[in-house]
Design a protein around this ligand. Structure first.
Ligand SMILES: [Ca+2]
Length: 387
């Protein structure tokens, strides 16, 4: 090929040779662009960004985990887990537990343990099929050295009572700096269960990696209460993140006109369905209204509801101006919300591009780029500043 091209060029005059060379350079650039993935330049309040497709052909991608050296894992809600190496070569990982893929349920979040490079352990959340329906579960497994399968899988938590139907599984897992795990759980579409401490529905729980209960959990040792519970009164928290100080925050699908972000504090009651902003989706008034003694107020709420899902709190590596800002994905209005915590959390920008269709998750990668999953585009995207 190379020799043929050289011969062809030698046969031409120098002007034509130059023209042919320019054509070759353009061709080469096109090939390189194609190989490095598709990218578009979009505008934000912090200047232009590139939006680059990192993976495609994903059926309802739900969660993403970054691995050392540029590799990453992506879940599909139907029950598949994929490994992508640094060159974005895709491989299906076997050994994923069987999931109750019904409505909003299925294989959901994935996270890599802080000590992944030593243990190769990952966390998976999913709706586990059970007699009478499904319940959210959390498993730990090691990714094999060749990235092809999960080994030594242990289910370290499952909701005590499964429910029928496909609503409100919650299901984001967060590893705290001390190694304990937080898991968000929806109320499975049965609102009153969120106020019942004998059930896991509508709670955020905290357990250790071996499934044991930390003795300082707020309800450990209390009769009639589940010892895993960290906070209660949640509707359907599908996003969670730690801030720079290591504090836990969660975002939840609330009532119509009442999607919430909460700083999640130990033992606190977040009110559902006794208090909430907005109204029930069927039109009815909620509980006692928007406030009640002993129940927490949200740090921010959306009216109208945006159907928030994933959340990241930005560390500021690539965009110093965005340090500490919250990024929340909207399933309903096809954008990523940016919220500034200064002086009280408020939405300051909506990142809406052709790529942000039904955004299921948004996460910060170790290098400070922001990645998001679009259900509509069946793809994973990375955004970075264009300097
Ligand atoms: Ca609330």
């Amino acid at each position: 090929m190379k020799i043929l091209l050289m011969n062809a060029m030698l046969a031409l005059g120098w002007r034509r040779r130059l023209a042919a060379l320019s054509c070759l350079v353009v061709l080469l650039l096109l090939v390189l662009t194609a190989a490095s993935g598709w990218a578009a330049v979009r505008q934000t309040a912090a200047g232009p960004i590139s939006v680059e497709k990192m993976a495609g052909n994903l059926d309802t991608p739900w969660g993403i985990a970054f691995l050392p050296g540029g590799a990453f894992l992506v879940t599909e809600r139907g029950g598949s887990l994929f490994h992508f190496d640094a060159a974005r070569r895709r491989m299906k990982v076997s050994g994923v537990p069987k999931v109750y893929a019904w409505g909003q349920g299925g294989l959901m979040d994935v996270a890599a343990a802080q000590d992944f490079s030593k243990t190769r352990e990952i966390f998976l959340t999913y709706s586990k099929p059970r007699r009478g329906g499904g319940g959210t579960a959390l498993a730990v497994a090691a990714l094999s050295a060749d990235n092809r399968k999960l080994e030594n899988l242990r289910v370290i938590f499952e909701m005590a009572s499964p429910s029928p139907g496909g609503r409100h599984f919650g299901s984001r897992v967060i590893e705290a700096p001390d190694g304990t795990l937080f898991l968000t759980l929806g109320e499975r579409g049965i609102p009153e269960t969120a106020q019942d401490l004998s059930l896991h529905h509508g709670k955020i729980i905290r357990i250790r990696r071996d499934g044991s209960i930390p003795p300082d959990n707020p309800f450990a040792g209390r009769a009639g209460a589940r010892p895993e519970i960290w906070s209660w009164g949640h509707r359907n928290p599908q996003g969670a993140a730690l801030d720079a100080a290591g504090a836990l925050w969660a975002v939840e699908h609330g009532a119509r006109g009442g999607d919430e972000i909460n700083r999640v504090r130990k033992g606190r009651n977040y009110g559902w369905p006794v208090i909430a902003y907005g109204r029930h989706y069927w039109g009815g008034k909620i509980g006692v209204g928007a406030a009640k003694e002993g129940m927490e107020q949200p740090d921010f709420y959306w009216d109208p509801s945006i159907a928030p899902c994933g959340m990241a709190i930005y560390s500021g590596k690539l965009w110093p101006a965005w340090r500490g800002h919250f990024f929340v994905s909207s399933l309903k209005f096809d954008y990523i919300s940016r919220l500034d915590p200064k002086g009280g959390l408020r939405e300051v920008e909506r990142l809406a591009f052709p790529e942000t269709g039904r955004v299921r998750d948004v996460q910060e990668a170790p290098d400070g780029s922001i990645w998001f999953l679009s259900e509509e585009r069946e793809a994973v995207y990375r955004i970075r500043p264009v300097r």
